[in-house]
Design a protein around this ligand. Structure first.
Ligand code: UT7
Length: 335
């Protein structure tokens, strides 16, 4: 019997127009372009402006882009999974609201919250629905409006994050292309180093939590940095070894975009050159669940059928993992 794999057959994306530069940030907190470029590698990040604009609005624009480019009828989508930690509201889900805004009348939907590894966790989940024959068209979306939960008076976190959304279409493939393997991990003991202190069931929102500025990203940068470097590099090297992929055979590493130094360390450990790494952190910053699909969206034109690609991420939780796939088509899909 032919083996069915779940293959990415299209990519869509959206980034907001407003560019928050390091120079503008330097007017808000005590920082500089030089420090941010040296320690993080971000030049600017996109910010979703406007009253009433939320994560699902970016998600909807990304999904529309995907449907247009692949010539897909919204009625044919079976399932939409959205990875996000910045839902429009506690409920309904971002995926639910996005489906409504894009006319996915026959899809059911759910959200996944695995922070910066969210897209990988969602991709692995979507993959299984396709591989087991249950569904033919699954959209996996990564979308985050990080500006909604970033404290723009805290110089240790505010330069890091940006807003954006991107998604992929998963369809069955009988060729030897598609998702081949994934390795995913969590370690809840990392929670104290990267979390949001209030607003959940542990510490519901109150005047006090607002006064204490507890509704923003809290991060112990150095601790997270150390874990991110070792875990993301280890898991990517492990994936290469498991599948006997030499550095020359790897077409692309698609790393989560949290810090240029983490990306460079991962590439070094894998023995690959920077030319084999998708990097757009300088333009978008860390868009959490959206970083990896935004890279695929930007690089789509240059991708070729059978390209060996490793996706890798590390994030809050802690969560981390890598996913190995063979790209399924040549160049950009524009129906
Ligand atoms: O995607 C989720 C996972 N997140 C990550 O992977 C992020 C991991 N962490 C990091 O990327 C880095 O730890 C940061 C970029 C957050 C911080 O860089 P760092 O090299 O670890 O700096 P640090 O926290 O050790 O701070 C060094 C110095 C401190 O000053 P003193 O104590 O040496 O006088 C900070 O107060 O830099 C200072 N500093 C800044 N200076 C200018 C911290 N933030 C800034 C800033 N501008 N924005």
């Amino acid at each position: 019997m032919t083996r069915i794999r779940a293959a990415i057959t299209g990519v869509g994306g959206y980034v907001p127009e407003y560019r928050l530069s390091n120079d503008e940030l330097s007017t808000m907190v005590d920082t500089s372009d030089e420090w941010i470029m040296q320690r993080i590698g971000i030049k600017e990040r996109r910010i979703l402006k406007g009253e009433g604009k939320a994560t699902s609005d970016m998600g909807a624009l990304a999904v529309k882009d995907l449907l247009d480019k692949t010539g897909t009828d919204p009625n044919d989508i079976d399932l939409l999974i959205a990875a996000t930690i910045t839902p429009d509201m506690f409920f309904p889900n971002v995926s639910n609201l996005t489906a409504h805004k894009t006319g996915l009348k026959n899809a059911w939907t759910f959200d996944m919250g695995a922070a910066c590894s969210g897209f990988l966790f969602a991709l692995e989940t979507g993959r299984n629905f396709v591989e087991n024959g249950r569904y033919k068209k699954v959209i996996v979306l990564g979308a985050d409006k990080m500006s909604a939960i970033v404290d723009y008076t805290d110089r240790t976190t505010c330069p890091l994050f940006g807003d954006g959304a991107a998604c992929v279409l998963l369809e069955p493939s009988e060729e030897d292309t598609g998702i081949i393997d994934s390795m995913l991990h969590v370690d809840g003991s990392g929670a104290p180093s990267l979390h949001m202190k209030a607003g959940g069931s542990l510490r519901p929102s109150s005047h006090e939590t607002v006064d204490r500025r507890q509704h923003f990203v809290f991060q112990e940068g150095q601790t997270v940095f150390k874990f991110a470097v070792s875990k993301m590099a280890d898991i990517s090297v492990e994936m290469m070894k498991k599948h006997n992929i030499s550095p020359e055979e790897l077409a692309w590493l698609v790393p989560h975009q949290a810090n240029m130094r983490i990306i460079e360390a991962t590439a070094r450990r894998m023995g690959i050159s920077k030319d084999q790494v998708m990097i757009n952190i300088q333009r978008y910053g860390n868009t959490t669940a959206a970083t990896i699909p935004l890279c695929l969206w930007e690089w789509e034109e240059r991708l070729k059928k059978d390209d060996n690609i490793i996706l890798a991420a590390f994030g809050g939780g802690f969560t981390w993992g890598s996913l190995y796939l063979k790209w399924a088509y040549n160049g950009s899909k524009n129906s």
